[in-house]
Design a protein around this ligand. Structure first.
Ligand code: 5MM
Length: 342
């Protein structure tokens, strides 16, 4: 019990957050396509090595979520990437879901798969150095959606995953993502997020998941991307915290938000606003961003060895700014303080 709680608390340590680098093969291909780089095994390895060897990254990043391929890879000098992270003071975690698949009997909705054989896969990930796991469920807001059926089916799978992870000695990161795509209002997002989170915590309780030994990775309460009325930063922060206070027990050590396609600066500003106002919260309020941390270094790298330092500076910059947002001390002026910028 105490070991898993220690890992969970370390992942949400003051001033730090998580880097999500667990893009599956199709997702990393999409990211590489955007910079004109082939998604080969060698390029994926080189890119992730660049991220993980960023000098000083451990000051702001507590853990990295890896994909199955990455947890088995070595740096160019033969050091396992998990060890590279460890040397930087960063805990390695692993995405263990097999992706969101069409939900039978409910067109337009998805359920995340990957429970078959999970116990055995978890045992192997422990031997490879993982200390935590992640599973993502996807909830779509649309005409008549989401259905209760979709919310509950995903909640059951999330809880099953979490229970198996704890049994294996791994801290589960439970990620129910309410997508921001659509024309819905922030009020509708609040309603759906609250329902989904309540369903998740009911399932976690039924399946005897120890709340002190897990982390929640939710989406923020936002206006839909195509909604004509976009809520401002303070409203998003206020409504997100209000929603989480209704649904997330205080026993959970931390909440780490996904960025979900928000512009980098906006994801940081939202987190900052949550931490600047209304503290102390019952849980640590942190980040587990993928795109909002990686977009800048990915562009700076563009597949060229000569750009590694620029890319690492860009990652360090975004990690530092989100670290500041953990304390509520981020300001837009800090966006210009990129060390080593041309
Ligand atoms: C929602 O995606 C998670 C957080 O990333 P963003 O901050 O970019 O929203 C992320 O961990 C996600 O699960 C992976 O990057 C992508 O996983 P798949 O399985 O879709 O490749």
């Amino acid at each position: 019990m105490s070991d898993l709680n220690t890992v969970a608390r370390a992942l949400v340590a003051e001033g730090k957050g998580i880097l999500a680098a667990d893009e599956s093969a199709p997702t990393i291909k999409k990211r590489f396509d955007s910079i004109g780089v082939d998604s080969t095994e060698a390029n994926r390895r080189a890119y992730r090595e660049l991220l993980f060897t960023t000098p000083g990254l451990g000051e702001f990043i507590s853990g990295v979520i890896l994909f199955d391929e990455t947890i088995r890879q070595q740096a160019a000098d033969g050091t396992p990437l998990v060890e590279v992270l460890d040397r930087n003071g960063i805990v390695a975690g692993i995405k263990v879901d097999a992706g969101a698949k069409p939900l039978a009997g409910s067109p337009g909705e998805k359920v995340t798969e990957g429970l078959d054989g999970l116990r055995e896969r978890l045992a192997e990930y422990v031997t490879l150095g993982a200390r935590f796991t992640k599973w993502r469920a996807v909830i779509v807001i649309g005409d008549g959606l989401p259905s209760r059926y979709c919310i509950d089916a995903n909640a059951e799978a999330l809880a099953r995953f979490a229970a198996l992870s704890q049994e294996a000695g791994l801290v589960p990161i439970v990620e129910p993502e309410v997508l921001m795509d659509g024309t819905h209002t922030i009020e509708r997002c609040f309603e759906v997020s609250e329902t989904a989170l309540c369903s998740v915590f009911a399932a976690l309780s039924r399946q005897r998941v120890v709340l002190e030994q897990m982390i929640l990775k939710p989406s923020m309460v936002l206006s839909g991307k195509e909604c004509p009325r976009q809520a401002d930063v303070e409203t998003v922060a206020l409504q997100t915290v209000r929603c989480l206070r209704r649904a997330v027990p205080a026993a959970v050590p931390g909440i780490v938000f996904l960025s979900g396609g928000q512009p980098n600066e906006v994801a940081t500003a939202h987190l900052n606003s949550m931490n600047a106002s209304g503290r102390p919260h019952p849980w640590q309020v942190s980040f587990s961003y993928g795109r909002a941390l990686q977009e800048a270094p990915l562009k700076a790298w563009a597949g060229r060895t000569a750009n590694i330092k620029r890319a690492q500076d860009a990652l360090h910059h975004r990690a530092r700014l989100n670290g500041a947002a953990r304390h509520g001390t981020y300001s837009a002026a800090m966006e210009k303080e990129l060390v080593g910028a041309a």
